[in-house]
Write a protein that binds this ligand. Structure first.
Ligand code: CMC
Length: 390
C-alpha cells in the first residue's frame, strides 16, 4: 500500500529500544548489560545475572544478600495451587501445565494488576523468578506421581531447584557442586536473548497493560514451539534417532534435502551467523558434567561432536552460516543431570523468566510506550456484496 513496510518474520524491523542485551550475530558476541556472556558464565551465578538483567548492574555483596533473601522469601506457592495442578492429566506436557499455572498466579496477587507502580512491578518480577523453580519441579513431580517437595531456603537458587526435583520424602537428594554449577550455567546462558519470539510475545502481550503473570504465560506458550525453546528436546531426540556415528551422513543428506522437511535440530540461528557463543560454553559444561559422572565415553556426546564436525565441513551448512546453537549440547547436559526430556523447555522457561520480566519492566517504565499493533498487507477479497443463491 505504500503506507507501511512489509516484513514477515520481522527480519529487519526493530520493535523497541532496549538497554538489556546486545547481540552481534556476525561476531558471535552476546552481552548482558555490557558484560560478555563468557565472563558472566565463569564469574557469576544466576542470581548475580538476574540482578544484572532486572536492575541494570551486578550486585555488591550487600545487594546480592538482599536480592537473594527477597527471592527466597517468595519461593513458596499458595497451597491452593496444588489443586490447580491436580486438575491436569498426569501425562500433560509440563509446558502446558506451566502456561496454566503461571497465568493462574495472577489470581493470587492482586497488587500485580497495578503495573503503574514500580514497586509492584519489581515484586511481581521477584515472585516470578522465585516461584518458577517451584512450579517447574512440581510439574515434574506431578508427571511422575511423586509428592511435591517444598523449597529449602538454606540452599542456593539452583541447588534448591535440584532438591525440589530429585528429593523424595524417603531420600534427600545429595547436592553435587559440579552438577549445580552446570545447571546454573544453563540458566545464565538462557537468561535473556533480546527480542526473540517469546520475549517479543511478552512485550506485545504486556503492551496492552496486561498483568505480568499473564504476559509470562504468553511467553511460555511461544517458547514451547520446536523452532524456539523446544529445540533442545528436538535436538536430543534427533541425536537418539541418528543413534550411531555411521548414520550421520544419511541425516546430513536428509537435512540438505528441502523436500524431506527435516532440519538438523540445534543448528542455525536467526541472529548468529558466525557461531553461537553459548554453544561453546555449553559444550565445555557438557564435557565437565559427563566427566564428573564418569560418562566421558557417552555415545550421544561423541555423536554430537562428530555431527558438528561433519556439518561444519559441509558446503551446505558453511555457505548458509549454520552453526550449532546453545540447544545442541544443552539437552545432553540436562539428560546427564537426570532431567527428563519433556522438561527441557520448562528449564529454559525457568531461565528465561528473568529476561522476560526485565524486558517487560523496561517496556512499562518507558513513558513513550505504546500498544503493539502491527499492520498487515491485505491480500484477500477487498469488497463484495452478499448474494445468497438459494
Ligand atoms: N538444518 C538444515 N537447514 C537449515 C537449518 C537446519 N537446522 N536451519 C536453516 N536451514 C537452511 C534453510 O533451509 C534455509 O535454506 P535456503 O536458504 O536454501 O532456503 C537457510 O538455512 C536459512 O534458514 P531460515 O529458516 O531462513 O533461517 P531463519 O533465520 O528463519 O531460522 C532457525 C532460524 C533457528 C529457526 C533455523 O535455523 C532452524 O529451524 N533451526 C533448527 C531449530 C533450532 O535449532 N532452533 C533453536 C534456535 S536457538 C534457541 C532459541 O532461540 O530458542
Amino acid at each position: 500500500t505504500g503506507k507501511f513496510s512489509y516484513d514477515p518474520g520481522f527480519m529487519s524491523t526493530a520493535s523497541c529500544d532496549s538497554t538489556i542485551t546486545y547481540i552481534d550475530g556476525d561476531k558471535g558476541e552476546l552481552l548482558y548489560r555490557g558484560y560478555p556472556i563468557e565472563q558472566l558464565a565463569v564469574n557469576c551465578d544466576f542470581m548475580d545475572t538476574s540482578h544484572l538483567l532486572l536492575k541494570g548492574d551486578l550486585p555488591s555483596a550487600a545487594e546480592k544478600k538482599e536480592f537473594v533473601g527477597l527471592v527466597k522469601k517468595h519461593t513458596m506457592l499458595h497451597e491452593q495451587m496444588q489443586f490447580f495442578f491436580r486438575g491436569f492429566r498426569r501425562d500433560a506436557h509440563p509446558m502446558s501445565v506451566l502456561v496454566g499455572t503461571v497465568g493462574a498466579l495472577a489470581s493470587f496477587y492482586h497488587d500485580a494488576l497495578d503495573i503503574s507502580d514500580a514497586h509492584h512491578r519489581e515484586l511481581s518480577a521477584i515472585r516470578l523468578i522465585a516461584k518458577m523453580p517451584t512450579l517447574v519441579a512440581m510439574s515434574y513431580k506431578y508427571s511422575v506421581g511423586h509428592p511435591f517437595v517444598y523449597p529449602r531456603n538454606d540452599l542456593s537458587y539452583t541447588a534448591n531447584f535440584m532438591h525440589m526435583m530429585f528429593s523424595t520424602p524417603s531420600e534427600e537428594y545429595r547436592i553435587n557442586d559440579v552438577l549445580v554449577r552446570a545447571l546454573d550455567r544453563i540458566l545464565i546462558l538462557h537468561a535473556d536473548h533480546e527480542q526473540n519470539a517469546s520475549t517479543s510475545t511478552v512485550r506485545l502481550a504486556g503492551s496492552s497493560g496486561a498483568n505480568p503473570f499473564g504476559c509470562i504465560a504468553a511467553g511460555i506458550a511461544c517458547l514451547w514451539g520446536p523452532a524456539h525453546g523446544g529445540a533442545n528436546e528436538a535436538a536430543l531426540n534427533m541425536l537418539k534417532e541418528i543413534g550411531s556415528i555411521e548414520r550421520i551422513p544419511e541425516f546430513i543428506k536428509k537435512a540438505k534435502d528441502k523436500d524431506s522437511g527435516f532440519r538438523l535440530m540445534g543448528f542455525g540461528h536467526r541472529v548468529y551467523k558466525n557461531f553461537d557463543p553459548r554453544a561453546k560454553l555449553m559444550r565445555e559444561t557438557c564435557y565437565e558434567v559427563l566427566n564428573e559422572l564418569g560418562l566421558h565415553d557417552d555415545p550421544l556426546f561423541k555423536l554430537a561432536m562428530e555431527l558438528e564436525r561433519i556439518a561444519l565441513e559441509d558446503d551446505y551448512f558453511v555457505s548458509r552460516k549454520l552453526y550449532p546453537n546453545v540447544d545442541f549440547y544443552s539437552g545432553i547436559v540436562q539428560s546427564a543431570l537426570g532431567i527428563p526430556v519433556q522438561l527441557f523447555t520448562g528449564i529454559f522457561a525457568m531461565a528465561r523468566t528473568i529476561g522476560w520480566v526485565a524486558q517487560w519492566n523496561e517496556m512499562i517504565s518507558d513513558p513513550d510506550q505504546k500498544i503493539g499493533r502491527p499492520r498487515q498487507l491485505f491480500v484477500g477479497e477487498t469488497h463484495r456484496d452478499v448474494q445468497i443463491k438459494r
